[in-house]
Every structure is written in C-alpha cells, then in structure tokens.
Design a protein around this ligand. Sequence first.
Ligand SMILES: [Mg+2]
Length: 367
Amino acid sequence: MSVQRKIIHCDADCFFAAIEMRDDPNLRNRPLAVGGSAERRGVIATCNYDARRFGVRSAMSTAHALRLCPDLLVVPPNMDKYIHASREMRNIFYDYTDLIEPLSLDEAFLDVSECHRLKGSATLIAEEIRQRIYEKLQITVSAGVANSKFLSKIASDLNKPDGIFVIPPKNVEKFIKTLPIGKIFGVGKVTQAKMHNMHIQNCEDLAKLSIFELVEHFGSHGKQLYELCRGIDLREVTPKRQRKSLSVEHTFADDLTNTDACLAKVPGLFLQLHSRLRRMNTWQRITKVFAKVKFTDFSSTSIEKTGLSPSKENYEALVREACERKNLAVRLLGLGIRFVDEKEEDEAIQLELFEKFPELLLERQKN
Ligand SMILES: [Mg+2]
C-alpha cells in the first residue's frame, strides 16, 4: 500500500448512561447504570464512570452490581433515544467520509485517508468530530487515530473518557512493543494464558517468534499474530454493504417428477446456502426465507415467509408447498434468504441488543 492510511475509531463514552444523564440532571454526579432490574434478573447494559469506580461493568448482573455499589441507580433503557443519537453521530461522520464501518450504536471506524478537510489532518478531523458531536448531542466521544483499525481501536481507549490518542506512523513501532498481548485483536483469555506460560507478555516478546513457531503454537491465527504484533493490520474499513438477499438454485438435468424427488434435493441445496451465508460473514439480519420452483412448462412459483429461521425443515416445508401448487414435474429448485434492508438496519441493531439483554425488552414492554 503506497498511500498512508488514516483511520479514526470513534467511541462514545458510556453511551446509554451519557444520554440519560444529559436528559435528567438528577441522574448526574451519582453512580448510574442503564439496564434491567435485579428482580427480573436483569443485567447492566452501560454504566457511568461514577459506577465504574465501584467495579460495576456492562454485562454484569444488576444484582451483583448493586452489591458492589448499593447506591447504584439503575434506569431502564430508552432505545429510541439511543438510536436517534447514533444516527446523528453517523450524519456528522458522513461529512468527512463515506467509508464508515459501524461496530455498534456508538462506535465506528472512519477511513479519512481521502478527506481533504482540515488540511487532511486525521487528528484535526477527529477533534472536530468530537467537538461537533458534543455541540449537537451533549455527549462526549473518545477517538483513536492511527494507520490501521487495530491500532486506532486501541488508541481510542487510552484517553477515555472525552479524550483522543494519536499514534503517528513513525511511533507505531515504539508503541506496539510495550502493548500487552491481551490487547491484540483476537487474543482471548485462553490464548493469553497460553502466551503467559510461554513468558510472552507484550508484542515485543511475541515478535521474537517466527511465523512458523506462531503457526505451530496458535494455528491458523499465527499469521495474523505475526502481523499484529508488528503493528501491521491491512484490514479495510468496509461500510456495511447492503445485500438484499442470498440464494442458491439448481436446474436439474432430469426433471424431478414428484414432491419426494424435490424434497430429496433440499439437503444439498441447503448446505450450499449455508456455506455461502457463512462466507458472507454478515451481521445483517434475516427477515424472510423463500423457496423457488420452476416447473417443466417454465412457469415458476415462489413462497416466502417472514419470521422463520433458515432451517432445513423450514425449507422442506416451503418446497413441498411450492411443488404442490402445480401437478407438473420440476426442473429447477432454489432456496434463499432475504435480509433486513438499510433503513431497517438500526432496528436490527436494536433487536441484537434485545437479544443480548432480553430483560431490557421486558422492561420496555412494562413502560
Ligand atoms: Mg462506547
């Protein structure tokens, strides 16, 4: 890559809690969390910094959080407000680049390599974005600036809250050396323990291993480790591409003469569909599943249903129904999935959150 990339990772500080404190002065200057209630076995979604001083963390059970911090005030979430704020933030990002990769409602990578505003200084751009978000939404955002996603994400955490940390290209080598291995993308608790056993504490230690040794000890992750511990991460900032659907179909050399013959073809098609879905590596949500049948007279029919999971059994049921629409042999069968479209994307994030924290949904229905 000849051009130096400029990547900003923006991350709002205790996002849900920040919005609640903004809207109600009574919630400020005291330990506050947004989450489900202890009586309903709720968990903490986000907490403010006053609460963090007591050891309260997100994803912790609310009951546990209250034991750590008896004064903790837990309020139910207002998802609509968070989604609205998230959109406002994204609109500001779009003034600088179209290359925006959201990670969640309050976090995103921005590739500003091609942005000419503020003399193309990624640092000044990040500062201006932070300032504008504060003016527009009265919440603070932290930013990390570096030449890769990996380093910009680490950087945004270093001067949190309301801070910025810049790793200029010339400092990457020095910065990476002392970086604890636990900060490396993809290194979880198990790998970390294994590395500690090998007396590897930071990236400098890890960089002493050859790529062969890394592959030997850490398998397929080895090559990536070799690069990351040198501060190399060529992953691109990829705006969410909106694919509307995914399908596989097959025209058979010999017509399938009855429903059972059609059903016998479903497992094979189903496997193909699933392997393509896996390769897409998408986080888009599925809204519908469908099956398509083309008969010997070249007429075709399709059936799609909402709210069904893309399981083999569901596809079998769809194919059966479609085949039985006409008393004709079948020349083509197709199976497919439709995804949530762009306008519904925020709603999808919302659903994802509710899946993570189902008790939030209960709280919401109650209100
Ligand atoms: Mg955040």
